[in-house]
Design a protein around this ligand. Structure first.
Ligand SMILES: [Zn+2]
Length: 468
């Protein structure tokens, strides 16, 4: 299996630290607001990675954290006049709901910063002891970047100083590159925790390093974990700083492989809160079913930028429709002994090449056409139907799509009033046909067609489909 390692800037062969087991850490959300499409994309990319690894026979231990200590959370709690705990509980649950709607499987473990303060203290103490960190005059604790000769090697930043934001620059730092491990309590209404370094709050980067060490890391291997993943915007400074802390505390590299997903653009601009064009997952889910949104965000290579577009979603849905149309033809039980191994090998082979989804989806399209042709020629062939259904189950395991009942799928996007109206029209049409009034029957069909509703007469009665 090949993956693109952001640190080496090339595709490399993936070899797990321990045979048949993969330990992955993904940086999770800071829970101060609803999750946006960037979060959805990152979650879908690494959910796909996990599914591919499992299809290759690996046991995957997947950890994704919640950052529930942060200046943004404190700010939000003041704005909303709610406690910090209320804010973090609300947005943690909201994130979990969004992930469920998108078919993202729950991680093995979801540690929270507030529940891992001891692990954070332990790592800060180690860094102080190793003289890789220092206590500044005001009581803050900073990482001493110049003591880490490998700093910058993960993100390959050459001219580091010019790229570090001067915002938040602190007169107590020895070097502009140094970053906070512990921020000392300084305001009466600030949120703070007691520690042996004084009352304060941990920096963001140290949370991840400490939680990895506490919950996921190998203690006796050359690397702490197999894969560290996250959005491309986290590569620098967040991941560079995580890598530095862990390297200096543990005397070994944090992750064997680093994987980053691309941005989601809205109207051609990188989506972020500060641009004011943020698109919450919740809002998108009001328009599109989670599976359709998932298929769309999945359909572009995980490292390429996505320019979020309604038209592209509709075009992609048409491809997903084809999968469900095939499924609809298959009324057979899955038989685990009747498989299309050639398809499975080819499909997984494409995904094993750095998650090449474009090739995988074109193999999927061809498979659908092929089985449709076979069923056109021989509509009752049981083995053909069983192979096709096993392919759909395999696709569902890997991509998390195709699980719905086809009738239910083709009713997506239709509200209950419209459904009742369609059922009424179907009854009227039935009566017209019984009365041999075919002109009226055709008129009803055409009227529904104009509303994107197609009627199909089957042996089990009339079924309808909505398609934009
Ligand atoms: Zn992180």
């Amino acid at each position: 299996m090949l993956i693109f390692d952001s640190s080496k800037k090339q595709k490399v062969e993936f070899v797990s630290i321990v045979p048949n087991v993969v330990r992955i850490y993904v940086c999770g959300p800071t829970v101060y607001d609803n999750a946006h499409l960037g979060h959805a994309r990152s979650a879908i990319a690494f959910d796909l990675l996990q599914r591919i690894l499992e299809a290759n026979g690996y046991e995957v231990i997947f950890v994704k954290n919640f950052t529930d200590i942060d200046d943004k959370i404190v700010k939000k709690s003041k704005e909303a006049d709610k406690s910090v705990d209320e804010i973090t509980a609300t947005y943690t649950q909201s994130y979990l709901n969004d992930m469920e709607s998108l078919g993202i499987r729950r991680p093995t473990l979801e540690p929270k910063a507030t529940q891992n303060l001891e692990a954070i203290f332990k790592m800060i103490k180690t860094l102080l002891k190793n003289k890789k960190a220092y206590i500044a005059k005001n009581g803050d604790i900073y990482m001493k970047v110049k003591e880490d000769s490998k700093y910058g090697t993960l993100s390959n930043r050459i001219n580091l100083e010019s790229q570090i934001s001067r915002i938040g620059e602190n007169e107590f730092k020895e070097d502009i590159r140094d970053f906070a491990l512990w921020k000392i309590f300084n305001k009466a209404d600030d949120v703070a925790y007691d520690s042996e370094f004084g009352r304060g709050r941990p920096g963001w980067h140290i949370e991840c390093s400490s939680m990895i060490e506490e919950h996921l890391a190998y203690k006796d291997k050359d690397y702490s974990i197999d894969i560290h993943a996250g959005g491309a915007d986290l590569l620098f400074p967040h991941h560079e700083n995580e890598a530095s802390q862990s390297r200096c505390a543990n005397n070994k590299e944090l992750a064997k492989y680093w994987i980053h997903n691309g941005f989601v653009n809205v109207n051609g601009e990188k989506m972020s809160k500060s641009l004011g064009n943020s698109y919450f997952i919740k809002d998108a889910l009001k328009i599109y079913d989670g599976e359709i949104l998932r298929y769309y965000l999945l359909s572009m290579h995980y490292r390429a930028p996505i320019n979020f577009s309604h038209n592209d979603i509709i075009q992609n849905k048409k491809r997903l429709d084809r999968l469900y149309r095939l499924k609809k033809r298959l009324n057979v039980e899955y038989n685990e002994n009747i498989l299309d191994t050639a398809f499975r090998d080819e499909f997984l082979g494409a995904l094993n090449d750095d998650m090449n989804i474009s090739i995988a989806l074109s193999i999927l399209d061809s498979m659908i056409s092929n089985y449709n042709d076979l069923l056109d020629k021989n509509p009752k062939d049981l083995a053909t139907k069983q192979k096709a259904i096993s392919n759909i189950i395999f696709i569902n395991q890997l991509l998390g799509i195709g699980e719905k009942d086809p009738i239910e799928y083709f009713h997506l996007g239709v509200d209950s009033d419209t459904k009742a109206y369609i059922e009424k029209k179907i009854k009227e049409r039935k009566i017209a046909r019984e009365n041999k009034d075919y002109a009226l029957s055709d008129r009803i069909r055409d009227e529904l067609k104009a509303k994107n509703i197609s009627l199909m007469d089957t042996k089990d009665g009339v079924v309808w489909e909505y398609s934009e």
